[in-house]
Design a protein around this ligand. Structure first.
Ligand code: ADP
Ligand code: TMP
Ligand code: ASP
Length: 236
């Protein structure tokens, strides 16, 4: 597989074209950003950790029947993925109240939600990824039909039930996470992007210690140590 031109550089990854028009190389960066990149940092080795963590989680999801963009790992920081047209909706799944949910609705941090919440955010940095309703998604044409939104919700809930149980067995609470979906050349909806401590919240089941990007967002420190611990538990 030949790595060709850089087609996109985002906050956490660089995306490269390859000699196959249907495949891209995703290169995970060591950069850390929060609050729509108003806070910036760097952690040597973070990209490699996220690449390993996300690859492992995508493999687990694939075994359970979730279609994903992952083709194979190429190096410590690179993976080969199926090129998709990304649906510009960040699908956030929440099991426990924290973060923007607690801030917006005043829900007590740590409250176990009576049922799993799925929220849609419009993926648009200029607008600061605003939360949107189904009707907003349809008015803006982010998806073709209501059925597509139901499909995104359904797959996101399936991902949650698989990963929630998986992490529970590893002594971690899957508090919430964000996923992105893409449409491949054959029109299939695939889980795309990544699932890592950059895009999830993990709390230790015993101590509630935060083991994710909140350590960077909140200036707690030892970010890499936490990501290493997540990888260790995933592989244990
Ligand atoms: P951001 O764009 O939010 O800063 P990243 O730095 O992670 O995020 O950049 C990766 C970009 O590549 C994201 O915009 C993501 O939606 C997109 N992407 C992820 N997987 C695929 C894929 N399989 N095909 C095309 N684009 C993808
Ligand atoms: P929030 O509580 O800040 O809305 O975050 C919900 C989840 O989504 C959390 O696991 C972190 C993740 N997330 C992203 O992956 N990207 C983002 O831009 C934001 C704001 C959150
Ligand atoms: N993903 C956003 C950023 O990188 C916000 C966040 O994750 O807190 O700035």
């Amino acid at each position: 597989m030949e790595k060709r031109e850089l087609i996109y550089e985002g906050k956490g990854k660089k995306m490269y074209a390859t000699d196959d028009a249907n495949l891209l190389i995703a290169e995970f960066k060591d950069d850390l950003t929060a609050f729509n990149a108003q806070k910036r940092g760097k952690e040597d080795g973070k990209g490699a950790l996220n690449n390993k963590i996300s690859t492992q989680l995508f493999k687990i999801l694939k075994e359970k029947g979730i279609a994903t963009h992952l083709v194979e790992t190429l190096s410590d920081t690179e993976q080969l993925v199926k090129k998709c047209e990304i649906v510009p909706i960040e699908v956030v799944v929440r099991n426990i109240a924290t973060g923007s949910l607690s801030k917006r609705l005043g829900l007590k941090e740590g409250m176990v939600l009576p049922f799993t919440l799925v929220e849609f955010y419009y993926k648009n940095d200029e607008l600061n990824d605003p939360i949107v309703t189904d009707e907003h998604c349809l008015v803006m044409g982010l998806v073709k039909s209501e059925k597509d939104l139901e499909t995104l919700r359904h797959i996101a809930r399936e991902i949650n039930s698989i990963l929630f149980k998986f992490f529970e067995a590893k002594g971690l609470k899957l508090v919430d996470f964000k996923v992105e979906f893409g449409i491949d050349k054959d029109g299939n909806i695939l889980l795309a992007d990544e699932i890592s401590p950059d895009s999830c919240r993990f709390w230790d089941a015993q101590t509630n210690e935060k083991l994710d990007k909140d350590r960077f967002r909140q200036g707690i420190g030892e970010v890499k140590v936490a990501y290493e611990e997540v990888l260790r538990r995933i592989l244990s």
